[in-house]
Design a protein around this ligand. Structure first.
Ligand code: ADP
Length: 500
């Protein structure tokens, strides 16, 4: 049995390693009907903490029933009334932002700097989405049929299931939860089994803010709980972020019932450095692309494409920059790279490093060590930031999403070749390029088959810009000024001519 999480490292009283957390169903804390629980895992200490209910289909059914009965009255409130709930909630989230950020660090091992940065936007985003819903509107249309009036309204889809991953649990939940709720839907959240407590805390604050019972629920558990929610006939829409494999399962199930999905899935972002780039900034961008969140990010820049004229220079600078990054306790402010989130994730990433060593055309350029002893760490789930040169397009490192601090580097000789390599991926989420030539920036960015392009930057995000992918990276997009499209139906009304 793993050791208990040392309480001195918790360093704040809200997180009791022995606490039994509750799901939230009908506005109340709830245990699983059959009493099943699972434990959270702190990946830095490799120790367990907390007890979280493992929901069965019966618990999921309770949550869906509560949501169904709460949703019509919630949808009947005006957006201005809903805004007041959101404002109270945002105030509480502001007070508890550090606590929620720290819980995430204990769940997924990402640095406090990163989790606090993401969570720091949450209170503002709650308010932004609710304000924005006050301006949601339909259209008045001049129809082709003489004498008729025609207009549209936007109506909530009903009960939304939000199924979220562990790598940025609160931010990625907010992308679904805030617009869905603000538009008048009831939402049932199924957080990842790796990161359930941060979501429970966020929704406990919503209960404290007075949201009507059933409007927001949390069911906890692993894939079986998620599948029970996806298959429940009372769910009208699924917002999902996670792996492409699970996204495909969800899409299949949703197709059977003809319900809508928003799917934000894997990525294999190409970060392209042209010979005319500002190399200082480009190398910084490559470092961020490979190492942010220890590479456990769908928006990672895990493919580095470098023009052959600057390849040696970029490799020299990149190797130096990566070697200088401190690995360590993710709660410490000077740590740049924390552990991987779980033992299975660590094993998966190490498997890729082993596979790379067996590929004859693949050459290690930087890093490659992993585990406690080789890295001189007291704890074990660390992978050193690593870059391989992958000349062969069939290389698994070049094709597959690794979700660790591992980059694959390849050189190119022309703009056309850079575009061709960037688009060879089955994924199409994010891509980036570094150049001083504005014409090239525009032309290349338009040819990249991705949902988000970063030019002379990497990982920029704003709640009023859309985020979503193409190909195996998903369906639909989140955030941005169209955020309500995914959580409303457009309804058309016709009024016939007046009587003579
Ligand atoms: P990862 O491999 O990164 O954990 P997953 O796609 O497995 O990504 O998990 C993302 C979310 O989907 C988690 O909340 C997980 O519990 C949930 N999940 C896993 N399998 C299923 C499934 N078959 N149906 C619905 N949700 C699922």
């Amino acid at each position: 049995m793993p050791p208990a999480l040392s309480s001195d490292r918790m360093r704040f009283p809200e997180l009791d390693p022995e606490r039994r957390y509750g799901m939230i169903i009908g506005g109340m804390a709830a245990q699983a009907a059959d009493g099943a629980v699972f434990r959270c895992f702190d990946p830095f200490e490799e120790s367990e903490w907390g007890y979280v209910p493992e929901a069965s289909a019966e618990d999921v059914d309770r949550a869906v029933r509560a949501a169904r009965s709460a949703q019509p009255a919630w949808a009947a409130t005006s957006p201005f009334e809903r805004l007041r709930y959101f404002q109270r909630w945002a105030g509480l989230v502001r007070e508890h932002a550090t606590e929620i950020a720290r819980i995430q660090v204990h769940e997924n091992g990402k640095t406090l700097r990163e989790m606090a940065g993401a969570t720091g936007t949450i209170a503002n985003a709650i308010e932004l989405c609710a304000h924005y819903a006050t301006m949601m509107h339909g259209e008045t249309v001049t129809p082709a049929v003489p004498g008729h009036h025609a207009w549209t309204t936007r109506v909530p889809v009903g009960v939304v299931a939000a199924i979220t991953p562990w790598n940025n649990p609160i931010l990625l939940l907010g992308w679904k939860l805030f617009p869905a709720l603000a538009a008048g839907n009831a939402v049932i959240v199924k957080p990842s089994e790796v990161t359930p407590v941060s979501t429970i805390r966020l929704v406990e604050l919503a209960v404290e803010a007075g949201f009507p019972p059933g409007v927001i629920s949390v069911v906890t558990g692993a894939g079986a709980a998620g599948a029970a929610l996806v298959e429940h006939p009372g769910v009208d829409k699924i917002g999902f972020t996670g792996s492409t494999a699970t996204g495909r399962l969800i899409a299949r199930s949703a197709a059977g019932r003809l319900i809508r999905t928003t799917l934000e899935l894997g990525g294999k972002g190409a970060n392209i450095v042209f010979a005319d780039a500002d190399l200082d900034r480009a190398v910084q961008g490559i470092v961020v692309g490979i190492t942010a969140g220890a590479g456990q990010a769908c928006n990672a820049g895990s493919r580095v494409l470098v023009h052959q004229d600057v390849k040696d220079e970029v490799v020299t600078r990149l190797t130096r920059a990566l070697a200088a990054l401190p690995l360590g306790d993710p709660l410490d402010s000077d740590t740049a790279v924390g552990p991987l989130a779980s033992r299975p994730q660590f094993a998966k990433v190490c498997g890729y490093l082993g596979a790379a060593d067996a590929e004859p055309s693949t050459r290690l350029l930087a890093g490659g060590r992993h585990g406690a002893e080789p890295l001189g760490m007291a704890h074990g789930l660390f992978v050193e930031p690593t870059v391989y040169e992958t000349a062969d397009p069939r290389s698994r490192l070049r094709r597959e999403e690794i979700f660790g601090p591992v980059g694959s580097l390849v050189s190119f000789s022309s703009d056309d070749e850079a575009v061709q390599i960037a688009n060879e991926s089955e994924y199409g989420l994010v891509g980036g390029l570094w150049t001083r030539d504005l014409g090239r920036a525009r032309q290349v960015s338009e040819r990249l088959d991705v949902g988000v392009v970063w030019i002379n930057t990497w990982r920029a995000f704003s709640w009023n810009m859309p985020f979503g992918g193409r190909k195996s990276s998903g369906v639909g997009h989140e955030t941005g000024v169209d955020m309500f499209d995914e959580y409303t139906h457009v309804k058309a009304y016709w009024l016939g001519p007046d009587e003579d």
